[in-house]
Design a protein around this ligand. Structure first.
Ligand SMILES: NC(=O)c1ccc[n+]([C@@H]2O[C@H](COP(=O)([O-])OP(=O)(O)OC[C@H]3O[C@@H](n4cnc5c(N)ncnc54)[C@H](OP(=O)(O)O)[C@@H]3O)[C@@H](O)[C@H]2O)c1
Length: 358
């Protein structure tokens, strides 16, 4: 029997909580994986055993988790025997190659990579928006791209007041979005530039130090990049509305962590800034920081390390009667990745508890 998510949360309190037997965190040594481990620990996620996996490069490394040392294992196709929940944050090609073995082994899978998101059999989930899709999913549940998640979180309360017909969004994306090596490029590239030395960038097409690069990914569709088209396709899938028109420009900037977005939405009927402020404030996982006269708005410097999505600079679009503009910042490693995945894991765990007691 499948329960609506609110019924589910109420029932859980009355039941003896069951836990997953074995949880495997894949990509545990990466930027996202490291935060996933922190969150599982801080939020006291229950499982009988945790296994941490990564590439052969990391096999044998030790990670202290819940007071115990866990040795990192190399991921192989046989890694999933006895595992009932997988949380994976690896490059696309690793997810493509290995996750089918996890499906075959009968595990539930939460995947951070971009590889499976648009597959018809895969749920693409933000727990505040479409939790039921996670509960109905059979194998892989994908977590959206980081720039998509914060935008869709901010769109949803507005879309519920009056359907959004069109979005124009420009992103200002942090280097941590490109993983451990992205951070390294920012730090080493900046040092080299200040010391007037050459540095060979590993992940960016151009020097990221003291620069802005208007390309994230490769060309995907009519001059738009793969990162930009993710924002289009994934948003439509999560909101279940293929008619929403989205025009994104994604830019990498020399900020360590937290993506910022300038967003303008056009709705079927006008939404006033006051209505929008109220709807944002009432939505779970969104916080409003909005007082221009006092210079209060979200920035990477005041959102780093926080799990929510932050909005500010909420104002009427002076160029269109049904337009609304705002600024949105979120920690890409958290709500853009690890926090969203752990929230999905919590949802599955609670459902697992209910199912085990029926
Ligand atoms: N960074 C973000 O803001 C963000 C947001 C949303 C989604 N994502 C997605 O999340 C995924 C991980 O991103 P990240 O930023 O954490 O990258 P990362 O820092 O480069 O970490 C990649 C992880 O994958 C592991 N890995 C690489 N190749 C592997 C293989 N053949 N077998 C097993 N493990 C392998 C690495 O292990 P080793 O340490 O052994 O190399 C590492 O643990 C990517 O698909 C990314 O697109 C990232």
């Amino acid at each position: 029997m499948m329960l609506a998510s609110t019924e589910l949360f109420n029932e859980i309190d009355d039941l003896e909580k069951q836990v997953f037997d074995s949880v495997a965190v894949i990509g545990a040594t990466g930027s996202v994986g490291t935060i996933i481990l922190q969150l599982l620990e801080q939020r006291n996620f229950q499982a009988k055993t945790f296994r941490f996996l990564a590439s052969a490069r990391s096999a044998g490394k030790k990670i202290v988790f819940q007071g115990k040392e866990v040795v990192v294992e190399e991921l192989t196709k046989d890694s999933f025997t006895g595992v009932d929940l997988v949380i994976a944050s690896t490059p696309d090609e690793t997810a493509a190659e290995f996750l089918p073995y996890a499906v075959e082994a009968g595990a539930k899978i939460i995947d951070e990579s971009g590889y499976w998101r648009m597959n018809d059999d895969v749920a693409l989930v933000i727990p505040e928006i479409n939790p039921q899709d996670a509960l109905n999913a059979k194998g892989i549940i994908a977590s959206p791209n980081c720039s998509t998640t914060q935008m869709v979180m901010a769109m949803k309360p507005l879309h519920d007041i009056s359907p959004i017909r069109r979005v124009i969004v420009s992103t200002y994306q942090a280097t941590s979005g490109a993983g451990v090596q992205g951070d390294e490029d920012l730090v080493q590239g900046s040092k080299a530039r200040l010391e007037n030395r050459e540095y060979e960038y590993k992940v960016f097409q151009h020097p990221i130090a003291f620069n802005a690069i208007p390309q994230i990914g490769s060309e995907k569709h009519e001059g738009y990049t793969s990162e930009e088209m993710k924002m289009v396709y994934e948003t439509r899938k999560i909101l279940g509305d293929d008619s929403i028109q989205i025009n994104p420009t994604c830019v990498r900037i020399p900020v360590w962590n937290c993506h910022s977005e300038s967003i303008t939405v056009e709705t079927e009927s006008p939404i006033s800034p006051e209505q929008a402020r109220e709807a944002f404030a009432a939505f779970p996982g969104i916080q409003v920081m909005d007082n221009l006269n006092e210079s209060v708005y979200p920035m990477p410097s005041n959102c780093d390390g926080l799990n929510d999505v932050f909005v500010g600079r909420i104002r009427k679009d002076i160029s269109h009667p049904n337009g609304l503009s705002f600024w949105c910042v979120s920690d890409n490693l958290r709500k853009g990745a690890a926090t969203n995945a752990v929230q999905i894991a919590e949802l599955l765990s609670e459902n697992h508890a209910v199912a085990s007691n029926l």
